[in-house]
Ligand binder design. Structure first.
Ligand SMILES: Cc1cc2nc3c(=O)[nH]c(=O)nc-3n(C[C@H](O)[C@H](O)[C@H](O)COP(=O)(O)OP(=O)(O)OC[C@H]3O[C@@H](n4cnc5c(N)ncnc54)[C@H](O)[C@@H]3O)c2cc1C
Length: 449
């Protein structure tokens, strides 16, 4: 269950065995989440970072892809309940011998779900397109705004959370304002845009060594981003953000903070009696199985792995963790079929990467701390390498090369607004669109690699 990083790897490994596989996802595509923010900033188009699941497994006769939403589990009867089937039929029970659950995570608004409509995230394609619409619309609104104070609100952008996604996003918005749009407007100077990056921790990229955080801060400041560290957002509405009691007029806010596990983690915990941690992740054993259910493996962003003594094993919420666990799950099933006990899962840490802008990135690879051009090239290579599909790799490579040479962004389209509804935030159908997105309410963020 789940065609994200973990689920996809599991199926890729399993398909070579003599087994029947059903892959269930409520999306018909695998999404390369680390590049979703580039869709939000017009650098890439949605199709370039997503691959249809049916296409990926078209040649694997033993893989069946099912479009639908998993709504529950019956672990004693060994079936998965699948709802929202595309034909509108009621929920269907899908039986299994072995179950792998990789439902991912979502951004948490720290108990302020009402902020979601004012500050969308960049987790799903839908929300990324909404963010792109808001960013580009803000410049358009500033162009026709006569009032200085209101114009300044349109030209202010706040990114909440200075993990890799927040840093990458803030850097990209700054590049849009400084480079991409510089010559496009007649009434405004887009370079006057203010980009504020708010982080509760005392430095940006808190999961990186302090030296790389300092480098990232310098790069961000060089791009015109104002990092506000050690500061907390306590309010967001249609026209402002309140940071530690200080109200900042702003029309475009993007959320990149906090993670909560898919609600499927709670469903598995309720069925199996497994613990849930504060981030809503279900506890699994060293072999990623649920207590008392050696046939059920849960993995990726939605789990907390415990060692044989029940102590949590700290693992980052990153794609490589989910991918390695997906591959492990396939070999564990193979071992079980052969009547053998799989060895415990072990994570091989390949390091952390974050890009900030053109030729600016930081990398922490097995104690080797890199920044600047070398880190940036590493980042480019790693992301191209892990992108699914040769066509997407080529397209993204060409796009990046063009952008690097021209400082342009090909996908600067304001799509999705109806008639006069060009407003950036708040009520009406736009707020509704954002809240009704299927990804909302369950699914993360983080580093790289
Ligand atoms: C914006 C962003 C940037 C990131 N950048 C990086 C990065 O640079 N480097 C890095 O290593 N990691 C990064 N991550 C983290 C990485 O994407 C996750 O750690 C990884 O996706 C986790 O894999 P997963 O398989 O657990 O979940 P996912 O990849 O999220 O997959 C979950 C799948 O389950 C499906 N699903 C969920 N619920 C249901 C349901 N009820 N029914 C049916 N299907 C369902 C979803 O549609 C999805 O396909 C980033 C994450 C985000 C959000």
């Amino acid at each position: 269950m789940g065609g994200g990083f973990g689920g996809l790897q599991a199926v890729r490994r399993l398909r070579r065995l003599s087994v029947e596989i059903t892959l269930i996802d409520r999306r018909n595509f695998h999404l390369f989440q680390p590049l979703v923010y580039q869709v939000a900033t017009g650098a890439l188009s949605p199709g370039e970072i997503a691959s249809p699941l049916r296409g990926i497994f078209a040649r694997d006769e033993n893989v069946r892809v099912l479009l639908g939403e998993v709504s529950g589990f019956d672990l004693s009867a060994r079936h998965v309940l699948v709802d929202r089937l595309p034909n509108g039929a009621g929920a269907r029970a899908i039986p299994y011998d072995s179950l792998i659950v990789a439902g991912g995570s979502s951004y948490s608004y720290f108990g302020h779900d009402e902020w979601r409509r004012f500050a969308p995230d960049v987790k799903s394609l839908e929300s990324a397109l909404e963010v792109r619409r808001r960013i580009l619309t803000a410049f358009e609104a500033a162009e026709v705004e006569a009032d200085d104070a209101r114009r300044s609100g349109w030209l202010t952008f706040v990114v909440v959370g200075a993990g890799p996604t927040g840093v990458e996003l803030a850097g990209q918005i700054a590049e849009i304002a400084r480079d991409t749009l510089r010559r496009d407007f007649r009434s405004i100077d887009t370079r006057a845009a203010r980009i504020v990056l708010v982080e509760t921790a005392d430095r940006v990229l808190p999961q990186f060594p302090p030296r790389l955080s300092r480098r990232a801060t310098q790069s961000l400041e060089g791009l015109g981003v104002t990092p506000l560290v050690g500061r907390t957002v306590i309010g967001i509405d249609e026209a402002s953000v309140t940071i530690d009691g200080e109200r900042l007029p702003v029309r475009t806010v993007v959320w990149a903070a906090g993670v909560v596990a898919s609600e499927l983690a709670a469903a598995l915990a309720a069925e199996s009696g497994a613990e849930l941690d504060r981030a809503g992740r279900v506890a699994v054993g060293p072999d990623l199985t649920l207590p008392g259910h050696p046939e059920v493996i849960a993995l990726g962003d939605m789990v907390q792995v415990q060692d044989a003594g029940g102590k949590p094993v700290p693992l980052p919420g990153l794609a490589p963790v989910a991918m390695q666990q997906g591959r492990y799950a396939a070999s564990a099933i193979r071992e079980r079929i052969g009547g053998r006990q799989p060895p415990p899962f072990r994570y091989r840490d390949k390091g952390n990467l974050a890009t900030i802008g053109r030729a600016k990135a930081v990398a922490d690879i097995k104690g080797l701390q890199l920044s600047g051009l070398v880190a940036w090239l590493t980042w480019l290579f790693v992301h191209l390498f892990y992108l699914i599909g040769l066509q997407n790799r080529l397209l993204v490579f060409i796009r990046w090369t063009f952008s690097f040479v021209t400082r342009g962004r090909g996908a600067r389209l304001i799509a999705g607004q109806a008639g006069t509804e060009l407003h950036n935030r708040g009520g009406g159908s736009l707020g509704g669109d954002v809240r009704s997105m299927p990804e909302q309410g369950e699914e993360h963020e983080s580093g790289a690699g």
